[in-house]
Design a protein around this ligand. Structure first.
Ligand code: AMP
Ligand code: MN
Ligand code: MN
Ligand code: MN
Length: 300
């Protein structure tokens, strides 16, 4: 009866309910950062913002850290927002730094917690060296400045240096910092040996999670290197690719949807939100996943 009425009122739109309940249409945001790594909001503030923005499935994925997970899960629960435990692990692969997102991880898993602690361990010394390099080009006190911005003393990142350089008027914005400083060939860049691909995937998968390549469009790899990397990632148990992320263009959504299909990877969606002052893309505001992919949340 109702269906017949809808058909007569909205000819051609009778399948609308079916269309809007496609799994690809879910407003999932499965990648963002809190003060526990290099974001500017607390896990609770992020949960509230995600909820207010209409996010329907949320994950906090701090760099190399799970210490925000309990707060994020509790805050999401209080709001009735479905929550997925997450992390973003820095790895070194063929002299490139690559980020692997782990979702549905167990943040209390001993191997994961220990692995992440080891991955973070070199950051303090690296930060001191970054400060020395910047001092050598006339920028004094950058290490102390970055430390001031770091909410977690074990996680001083380039982002914290970038905030200091903007605050002290050495650059107009964070984007300018990452073109003039902190990148290969520029003052303040200190190469790091992060986790290996093998270890990061083992920590994630053994804890019950699934491993996803973060923002694949951002790496400076040739097509051949990228396919070699993705082959290894799949052979080691990796199963997902970020397709719709704040780092990708519309063309890259299409490109990586095809790549995901070719490799049999599920597709993820996440803003990579770091804070209202810095991030172009807000929580929950990206376009939906393309219809052609299988979302990582299918089957959860
Ligand atoms: P780290 O893990 O200390 O090397 O810092 C990496 C972080 O720096 C990334 O997660 C981003 O938040 C930030 N970052 C790197 N490149 C850029 C860029 N070009 N523009 C803005 N932020 C960047
Ligand atoms: Mn970051
Ligand atoms: Mn990343
Ligand atoms: Mn990120």
């Amino acid at each position: 009866m109702l269906e017949a009425l809808k058909k007569s009122l909205f000819p051609g739109r009778e399948n609308e309910r079916e269309v809007s309940s496609k799994p690809q249409a879910l407003n999932a945001d499965l990648h963002c950062h809190s003060v526990i790594s290099d974001g500017t909001l607390t896990p609770t503030e992020l949960a509230k913002r995600a909820h207010a923005n209409g996010v329907e499935l949320w994950s906090l994925t701090d760099h190399d850290e799970v210490r925000g997970q309990q707060e994020a899960a509790l805050a999401a629960k209080a709001l009735g927002l479905p929550y997925i435990p997450g992390v973003e692990i820095s790895i070194s692969w063929a002299s490139e730094t690559i980020h692997i997102v782990g979702l549905q991880i167990n943040p209390d898993d001993a191997q994961l917690v220990e692995g992440l602690a080891k991955t973070r361990a070199g950051r303090a010394e690296r930060a001191r060296e970054m400060g020395e390099q910047l001092a050598a080009v006339g920028i004094e006190g950058a290490f102390e400045g970055a430390k001031y911005y770091a909410g977690n003393p074990e996680l001083i990142s380039r982002t914290h240096f970038a905030r200091h350089l903007v605050e002290t008027n050495h650059c107009d914005d964070v984007h300018e910092v990452f073109s003039r400083y902190l990148v290969p060939g520029k003052p303040g860049y200190v190469p790091m040996q992060w986790a290996t691909l093998e270890n990061a995937l083992r920590w994630i998968i053994d804890s019950g999670g699934m491993a996803i390549v973060a923002h694949p469009g951002r790496y400076k790899l040739t097509e051949l290197e990228m396919s070699t990397f993705l082959d290894q990632f799949r052979d080691l148990g990796g199963s997902g690719l970020e397709v719709v992320t704040g780092s990708h263009t519309l063309d890259q959504y299409r490109k990586y949807a095809k790549v995901a299909k070719r490799y049999g990877f599920k597709a993820s969606r996440g803003s990579d939100f770091h804070g209202p002052e810095e991030s172009r893309v807000d929580l929950g505001s990206l376009p939906p996943l393309p219809d052609s992919v299988i979302p990582v949340w299918q089957g959860w």
